[in-house]
Design a protein. Structure first.
Length: 289
């Protein structure tokens, strides 16, 4: 992988954990996700206007945009459902296993090939990422339905990444994002309305957090937008989708450090050993040819 591309991906990975840190323990998870999505709509349209891009060019890759949107929708549904029905520390390793899905799907369906060094790096990253997040003694199949929703989120993320990496060969990142969020915002709003608890007013369910933590929503949206935009730029620069999404796992050790320092989460020290394994995998991927 080119060092410039790796640098862009690692910068995106370093920004990514900030959203989860900012939104952790929010009172209304659906309102938080919808709030971030709506702010993204504003940001990306302003960004596209400033860059003066041709939004009509998105029509050329509309099927890929729709696939990416559906993938992201599955990711949101999967992770929100997993958060409600299971322990995220148990199932998050599955959600973040998208690089494995990308490699397997790319090999079986798309006819892509990967060298042994690259695959070794991906394997090290996935092992390190898994044990960084996995809680000892927990059983993943204790709640099969939650296991399935976590898998749905993983497949959604992998599908979105594959579609994005192809679409970005034709259109600018802002064009892709404008079209994607044009479809995603109403789809997510409709899903959240359907899933509204019976005892919660609709406006509170969709927008309740804005009255309490508006700046958290704005900051979470801005940081996550920048992170995702940089990933699209890395595809545009020729980054391999499997390698890019493996390098994105570098955000996990940072989230461990942030969680231990700011949120006083336990077992931070022992997990840093697995962070070293992940770091070695990242280095292998960067220098793989």
């Amino acid at each position: 992988m080119e060092l410039t591309v790796a640098g862009v991906v690692l910068l995106a990975a370093s920004i990514h954990p900030l959203r989860e840190l900012i939104l952790k323990n929010t009172a209304f998870p659906e309102a938080a996700y919808l709030g971030v999505i709506l702010v993204w709509v504003v940001i990306v349209n302003v960004h596209a206007f400033v860059l003066d891009v041709d939004l009509r060019s998105g029509l050329a890759v509309l099927p890929l945009i729709l696939i990416s949107t559906v993938g992201l929708m599955f990711y949101y549904i999967g992770i929100l459902t997993t958060l409600k029905t299971g322990d995220l520390s148990v199932y998050y390793p599955i959600i973040r296993a998208a690089p494995l899905f990308i490699v397997i799907f790319g090999w079986l369906i798309l006819g892509q090939s990967y060298g042994p060094v690259m695959l070794g790096g991906v394997a090290l990253v996935m092992v390190g990422a898994f044990f960084l997040q996995y809680r000892r003694g927990a059983r993943m199949l204790q709640h099969p339905a939650t296991f399935l929703t976590a898998t749905l989120a993983m497949v959604g993320m992998g599908t979105q990444s594959l579609a994005d990496s192809e679409a970005i060969k034709v259109v600018e990142p802002t064009v892709l994002l404008v079209w994607m969020y044009f479809f995603l915002a109403p789809a997510c709003a409709l899903y959240f309305i359907i899933r509204k608890p019976a005892d919660r007013p609709l406006l509170t369910h969709l927008f309740g957090g804005w009255g309490k933590t508006p700046f958290r929503y704005l900051l979470a949206a801005a940081t996550s937008y920048l992170s995702y935009y940089l990933i699209l730029v890395s595809y545009q620069m020729g980054g391999n989708v499997a390698a890019v999404n493996s390098l994105r796992q570098a955000s996990i050790p940072l989230s461990v450090i942030l969680g231990g320092y700011f949120l006083k989460e336990a077992d931070t020290g022992s997990r840093l050993a697995w962070a070293l394994v992940l770091a070695v995998g990242v280095a292998v991927i960067i220098f793989a040819r």
